[in-house]
Ligand binder design. Sequence first.
Ligand code: ATP
Ligand code: MG
Length: 392
Amino acid sequence: MNEIILLKLGEVVLKGLNRRSFEDKLVSNIRRRLQHYGSFHVYSKQSTIYVEPQGESCDLDGAYAACKQVFGIIAATRARSCPKDKDAIFHCARHYLDGQLREAATFKVETKRADKHFPMNSMEISQYVGGLLHDAYPHLKVDVHSPQLCVHVEVREKAAYVHGPSEPGAGGLPIGMGGTAVSLLSGGIDSPAASYMIAKRGVQLELVHFFSPPYTSQQALDKVKQLARELTPWCGRMKLHIVPFTEIQEAIRRDCPEDHFTLIMRRFMMRLAQAVARRTGAKALVTGESLGQVASQTMDALAVSDEVCELPVLRPVIGMDKQEIVLLSRRIGTFETSIQPFEDCCTVFTPRHPKTHPHLDEVREYEKALDVEGLVERALAGIERVQVAMED
Ligand code: ATP
Ligand code: MG
């Protein structure tokens, strides 16, 4: 079947001189993303990316769904190609969009003519095809302002294409264009949503997870791996750095005041994530913190954890309510996994009365009881790395 996928570039088109490299990146991201669905010819021309199946065995449904998850694409549609002839275009529209033409009450035809050698202009093509469609579907009324169905005709270099309305793409920028960041992934709702938001801005993620066996279970770790996998349709392949955190948590519990447990623990997380960033060339950290959500996410507490970081800490959900984060996590498909009830290292030694307005001097003083460097070094030495790829 001569059906193809057309993808419209999003913000990529605003990038002026960088545009070429953005387009190239996007095309290569799409090619990689479509590997599971058969062989496709993917190329860009005139602000559109063409995805043409090479052979009958291609899974066009799967490929289309996948394309809608690739950052950098603002709209997607399936289209049928036909010879560049006015009657062929009409017949193509009639057969390809028959169901939609029957259902709609009003319609219009909109034509783009990229091939300036075509003997009719856009208006003439629209009028011709629209007239014949009107004859074929007498119930249809023409409405040029807000039709229920817009039949799109594009006359391009190689062929003409006919399609109905397009659907929204994932938006954002192609992954890889914005550098790399380390995202702190817990098993909760917020950090997968935060990871998604930063990846959407074109950033390749390295994931870091802290786990504290035997206080946290193998199931909790499996859940985080599952969340990472669920992010890959959006974020691409990622490495998950699993950092042993038990010794650090036990040391804090033994040597620091209870109301400062979480704060001091978070400072260790930041130090370790930053060390991973240094090793992987990442330029920022990402967390799922939201202002005021818990004691460790007040402005005072954030200042205390940021103090150990030189890299910028990106907190894309900082201003979002839990309900908004939940909606996002449902939409991207991580919510159901996030709500599985397994302990995270954050919830194992939770203080009864956590400090909400800590003082940096005090925190530093308490940390003197710990061998910060040694603890960090040993945790880094115990990191296990797993590659997370998409589920088939
Ligand atoms: P989430 O924020 O993902 O829903 P949570 O609310 O249980 O989980 P918080 O205690 O709010 O987590 O922690 C704030 C942030 O710290 C998380 O969003 C995440 O970025 C990071 N974080 C917490 N625990 C871990 C962990 N075990 N491994 C990696 N990062 C973590
Ligand atoms: Mg949270």
